[in-house]
Design a protein around this ligand. Sequence first.
Ligand code: 0O2
Length: 229
Amino acid sequence: MMGYKFGTDELMTKINILKEEFTHIHQYSPIEHVTSRLKTPESLLEKARRKNCPLTFEDIRKNIFDIAGIRITCSFISDTYRVADMLTGQSDVEVIEIKDYIANPKPNGYKSLHVIVEIPVFMTDRVQPVLVELQIRTIAMDFWASLEHKIFYKYRGAIPVSLLDELTDAAESANKLDVKMEHLHDEIGEIKNSNLDAPDSIQLSSMPPLSLPRELLASLLERGSMGRL
Ligand code: 0O2
């Protein structure tokens, strides 16, 4: 399990770097929050039995891909794909499998982008390739999935039909909210762009070069403000 923990740590670092740099450049982050977990031995055994996987370390390692998992919650649907691209485009991250439950939701309404990646972990005497499951989804998808997960466990899988129907309805509402928010997000983006293009807006590139007094220039440079100008 130690290798899985290190693999998760490495990916968490990558995700935090993307989040921080993206915020620095765009004053906005496509990543709302990130959590990670290792499957408990009980949950691992339960899944191995469910998948008819022989209960040996080797078989479990070969057949169960989500022993280490990272869940990334994004604001908008487009951000889920953008984040997946940014991570899977890195040279040491190998994509093993992609399950796009956003484009192809499960019959119960479950939506999420699942990407199984393999990442090398440099141990003291060897390089251990580690599989990690990334679940990337919007806040609305996450809200729905968390509730469904709790209900599923409460009823031990045997959820009453009426509740199942309500859950499917709720998944539809969550999807409508996502589509609406994405639309609003696009409109805000267009307004921002058209403001930048407007002739009466102030464009730094079109301003005459500033001639600053020597002392002010030195003080700005010292505080690093010129970098941002
Ligand atoms: P837990 O307790 O959350 O860890 P398969 O492809 O069928 O061989 P697997 O691994 O079941 O194997 O594939 P899948 O569909 O990618 O599911 C992996 C994980 O996604 C699940 O892990 C859940 O965390 C989540 N998931 C998948 N389907 C649903 C769903 O309908 N509702 C919710 N709430 N979560 C889902 P575990 O180990 O099943 O569960």
